[in-house]
Design a protein around this ligand. Structure first.
Ligand code: GTP
Ligand code: MG
Length: 368
């Protein structure tokens, strides 16, 4: 029987094909949640990356690295990656102990985000990752799988169908509350005219229309029957739908936070799992329904933001940011001046400069 010392743990398992934006998302999400006042730890499960770009609370590379395995067993990168994840499963105690100390540092109740490698086998047909997260589930980790797919896939019918199939496979394999995301949605403006509006791709319905486009592609033409069977399969399951995300866009990050909180039940952090203060903190730092309105209530608003009227929106966002920046500077200067008046009565000038120290202009997604 697995043992643990933590009280309550919530979080996200971030999956997706290579380059889908997983690591960037983990980093951005941790900055975003930190800015909301929620302590977060990122756990790196990619054995090929000993130095991820984010502050890493625990890393599989402290247990095993891809290079070590390739060298020692003469394996290629794919085989070595599977070996590393199997090794992690065999050393589950190491993971639990590491997570316990991470959660202890957060006061027993905590939030963890798992960054994973882009190798599809890990969440399509190899069972180690699934078993690891099933065991964590039994130790009261309430996690959602957040599966990222590069929005670029909607620019081509066959890429889109295979991305949807992969997302479906991940949902069926991982058996966790699941959120599919079209990442890098800010890039859709550069994809030229798409045959359908964005909602067609996010809702994943009526694939018959797409089938026509697919059958027109020279590569896919000879697979008409297979194409039809795949579209039918996806529609029959009727499980896949996508949210959209641009990591530097506050509104889309907020939407994902809300969804993850909803499916993991973050807002219902059990009383008795921590002090009242901690539970209240959890409640108010939850984004479930407590934050101001969604600027993109409809996915066509997202299309408008990033494709149809992008320049207009960018200009407005810059203006808003300039205004916010000026207000922050003014507030900081006023605080310093007040401190100066209080501490400077004896004629001694207060320490510090113009009051702007420590203020840094950060990207939109991280300055919430
Ligand atoms: N435009 C745009 N680029 C993004 C976004 N998110 C990530 N990227 C870029 O996409 C590239 C890949 O991002 P990563 O976060 O390394 O992707 P990954 O899924 O972790 O990749 P692997 O670990 O190799 O599987 C990087 O150049 C990122 O800067 C986004 O929201 N918008
Ligand atoms: Mg990565």
């Amino acid at each position: 029987m697995d043992q643990t010392t933590h009280q309550s743990a919530f979080g996200q398992l971030v999956t997706g094909p290579p380059g889908a934006g997983k690591t960037t998302y983990c980093h951005g999400m941790s900055q975003f949640l930190t800015a909301l006042g929620r302590p977060v730890a990122i756990i790196n499960l990619d054995p090929a990356v000993p130095n991820p770009p984010y502050p890493c609370a625990l890393s599989i590379t402290d247990l095993i690295t891809l290079d070590q395995v390739q060298e020692e067993y003469g394996l290629g990168p794919n085989g070595a990656m599977l070996y590393c994840i199997e090794y992690l499963e065999a050393n589950f105690d190491w993971l639990v102990e590491g997570l316990d100390s991470v959660l202890e540092a957060q006061g027993g109740n905590g939030y963890v985000i798992f960054d994973t490698p882009g190798q599809a086998e890990l969440w399509t047909n190899h069972d180690s990752l699934k078993r690891i997260f099933q065991r964590l589930g039994k130790l009261d980790y309430r996690l959602a799988a957040v599966h990222l797919t590069d929005a670029h896939s909607i620019s081509d019918a066959s890429k889109y169908i295979s991305a949807v199939l992969l997302a479906l496979r991940a949902m069926l394999q991982l058996e966790l509350p699941h959120i599919n995301i079209l990442s890098k949605i800010d890039t859709i403006g550069g994809m030229g005219e798409l045959p359908f509006n964005l909602d067609y791709y996010t809702e994943v319905q009526d694939l018959g229309y797409l089938l026509q486009t697919l059958n027109d592609e020279p590569r896919a033409k000879k697979f008409r029957k297979l194409n039809a069977a795949m579209c039918e399969l996806i529609e029959e399951f009727s499980l896949v739908g996508f949210e959209t995300l641009a990591v530097e866009d506050k509104a889309s990050m907020m939407k994902i936070v809300r969804l993850v909180d909803k499916v993991t039940g973050y807002i219902f952090m059990p009383s008795g799992s921590g002090t009242n203060e901690e539970n209240l903190h959890a409640l108010f730092s939850s984004a479930s329904g407590l934050m101001p309105g969604d600027p993109y209530p409809d996915v066509l608003d997202v299309q408008e933001r990033w494709a149809d009227r992008r320049e207009e929106y960018d200009k407005k966002q810059d203006e808003d940011w300039e205004r916010e920046w000026a207000m922050r500077k003014q507030a900081e200067a006023m605080t310093k001046a007040a401190e100066g008046r209080a501490g400077g009565a004896d004629g001694v000038a207060p320490a510090g400069g113009d009051g702007m120290e420590g203020l840094e202009r950060t990207p939109a997604g991280t300055s919430a």
